[in-house]
Write a new protein. Structure first.
Length: 341
């Protein structure tokens, strides 16, 4: 079977990681990346020897790439004649405009969390609703927080059933390097319900969800507290066993030094992970507690890389590489080096 040919539009925070993720999938071929200007990320790619072919989304900007000594393989239209599916990681609103080109060229596309849900046929999560994405032309991924939240809730739901969740999201206000955010020395509260709870119900309609979101002036990782009502009483040991079996969840202990979002980021760097990335969410073991039948726990969301595995799942679904959920997830996990812990 020939490899599925993939392109990435937008080589920013998520696009860089999508390109690397595709490059690690042995049954996919990364045809190239698309961007509009010689950004720092593009310049760094060139300095590394240009491992990925670059296509220019704005032909009028070609001279800028030439001046920077960065080789360009063609335009957006050129790459669309060479791919089966595009991963669109452009800024919100740009993906919707790009969709016109995807439709014109008969190319499937997967959009990231910044786009509105109606840009695609299916609001997609690899673990929770893989089957709905099989064979579809356009998928929309959940946001970083929603992706990690659904992983944790789906993990418990498949084992014990979940009726209701209440979440509090303590959200980093900006990615490293952002200079346009203004949240400094404050915690900014948004109205209930946060979009992550609403999105969870979209993906998992049998679960009732609500939650609060708080922006805080940090850059690495979100923290989410989850209060879940299972269909039967469960023990801490049962919950931990399910979390540990999940390849995209790490169980960590505060006593071992995993006491913050920053600790998780530092650990990823110490592991030698490129850019300090972590594909897994982390469940803090000592935060697991109970109020009656309800289980409470806290998770860390590594916002820059957490959506990469689910996007690889999306390629497998829309291209019908695997029609069975378990087979698809196992391959994504294998190629990304994810395993139960």
């Amino acid at each position: 079977m020939s490899k599925v040919r993939v392109g990435v539009a937008g080589y920013g925070v998520i696009g860089q990681r999508l390109a690397d993720g595709v490059a690690r999938q042995e049954d996919m071929e990364l045809v190239g990346i698309v961007d509009v200007a010689p950004t720092l990320a593009i310049r760094a790619l060139a300095e590394k020897g240009m491992p990925y072919r670059l296509f220019c989304a704005a032909p009028e900007n070609m001279p800028k790439f030439e001046e920077a000594g960065i080789p360009v393989s063609g335009t957006m239209e050129d790459i669309l004649s060479q791919v089966d599916v595009m991963l669109d990681a452009t800024s919100a609103g740009i993906g919707r405009k790009n969709k016109e080109l995807y439709v014109k060229h008969g190319v499937k596309a997967i959009f990231q969390g910044g786009e509105k849900n109606d840009v695609a046929e299916v609001f997609f999560h690899g673990y929770a609703n893989y089957e709905k994405g099989v064979g579809k032309d356009y998928l929309k991924l959940t946001s970083c927080n929603t992706t990690g939240l659904i992983r944790a809730v789906d993990c418990l739901d498949r084992a014990f059933g979940v009726e209701r969740v209440v979440v509090t999201i303590i959200r980093r206000s900006a990615d490293p390097g952002d200079t346009h955010r203004g949240v400094v020395d404050l915690a900014l509260v948004e109205p209930v319900p946060n979009h992550q709870a609403v999105d969870l119900m979209h993906i998992m309609p049998h679960v009732k969800a609500t939650g609060v979101l708080v922006h805080v002036p940090t850059t690495h990782g979100h923290i989410i507290t989850v209060l879940a009502t299972p269909k039967r009483e469960i023990t801490k040991e049962e919950a931990l066993a399910e979390f540990r079996k999940h390849p995209r969840i790490r169980v960590v202990r505060i006593a071992d030094g995993f006491n913050s979002n920053a600790a998780m980021f530092r650990y990823a760097r110490d592991l030698g992970n490129p850019r300090g990335d972590m594909y897994e969410i982390a469940v803090f073991e000592e935060t697991i507690g109970f109020s009656g039948k309800d289980i409470l726990f806290a998770i860390n969301i590594p916002q820059e890389a957490v959506v990469i595995p689910e996007t690889m799942d999306g390629i497998r679904a829309c291209m019908k590489m695997q029609t069975v959920r378990e087979e698809a997830l196992a391959l994504t996990n294998k190629y990304l080096g994810l395993k139960p812990r």
